[in-house]
Design a protein around this ligand. Structure first.
Ligand code: SAM
Length: 237
């Protein structure tokens, strides 16, 4: 068994979240698929039952405790990897119109197989964030962007804020250094049209320090952003 349902439910309840029986079944299936595939490709460093239940599933759904994400919202998960936090969000609420973006095709192939087994649907986008963020089909068209473990907040703002509509939200999952990252992202936020509304501490039973930066899109991102990858790396905002 690759997942500890009791531990997951205890942590979900601690976040004030209820999980339906359908969602529990899907989490069990997804954890098995993740651990099975991880034997043949490097999807995640976390594969023990407690780690998957807490570090992947409970952590991902903690976004729902930090922000109200209404049914049918258009959500993009930037740098989703093996599907975190996006797939658990979709398991919790299948009405979300979810786009899962990653620059690594093989990870998206795993997600595609998993979604078929879970009987869920989402758009898979094989691209770099800084390229799709300039594409009219994606730019300023999401209610929410979410991201975990992809880049420092200043760089992540340039990847994520161009996708978000004015009035929408970017939810950045961060660790103990969240406050410092928020300070360092001052110029990026101001330049790209974001404003930190709040930083929400997340408490799970593994005791790790987690914070979710809730960033409101208060004005359009200027056309020159996101810049090309090399420029972002050379001169981060
Ligand atoms: N978000 C997942 C999680 O928390 O488990 C994956 C985190 S993994 C450390 C970072 C992922 O971001 C990788 O799958 C990588 O391919 C993707 N990534 C990094 N930079 C990216 C970019 N500029 N555009 C798209 N994907 C990117």
């Amino acid at each position: 068994m690759s997942y500890n349902e009791a531990l997951f439910l205890e942590n979900a309840a601690g976040l004030g979240l209820t999980v339906t029986a359908d969602a529990l079944n899907r989490f069990a299936v997804f954890s098995d698929l993740l651990c099975e595939k991880n034997k043949v490709m490097n999807l995640t460093a976390i594969t023990d039952a407690n780690g998957v239940s807490l570090g992947h599933f409970a952590d991902s759904i903690s976004l729902l405790a930090a922000a109200d994400i209404p049914d049918g919202s258009r959500v993009i998960d930037v740098g989703t990897g093996a599907g975190f936090p996006g797939v658990p969000l979709l398991i919790m609420n299948p009405s979300l119109r979810l786009t899962l973006l990653d620059s690594t095709r093989k990870k998206l192939d795993f997600i595609s197989e998993s979604l078929a087994s879970l009987n869920l649907s989402a758009e898979l986008l094989h691209s770099r964030a800084e390229e799709s963020g300039r594409d009219k089909a994606y730019r300023e068209s999401f209610d929410f962007a979410v991201s975990r473990a992809v880049a420092g907040l200043n760089v992540l703002c340039e990847y994520c804020l161009p996708f978000v509509k004015t009035g929408g939200c970017f939810l950045a999952m961060k660790g103990p250094g969240a406050q410092d990252e928020i300070k360092e992202a001052y110029t990026a936020l101001k330049t790209l049209g974001g404003e930190v509304e709040k930083s929400v501490p997340v408490s799970l039973t593994d005791g790790h320090i987690r914070n979710i930066a809730v960033i409101r899109k208060i004005k359009e991102t200027p056309d020159k952003y996101p810049r090309a990858s090399a420029q972002i790396a050379k001169k981060p905002l």
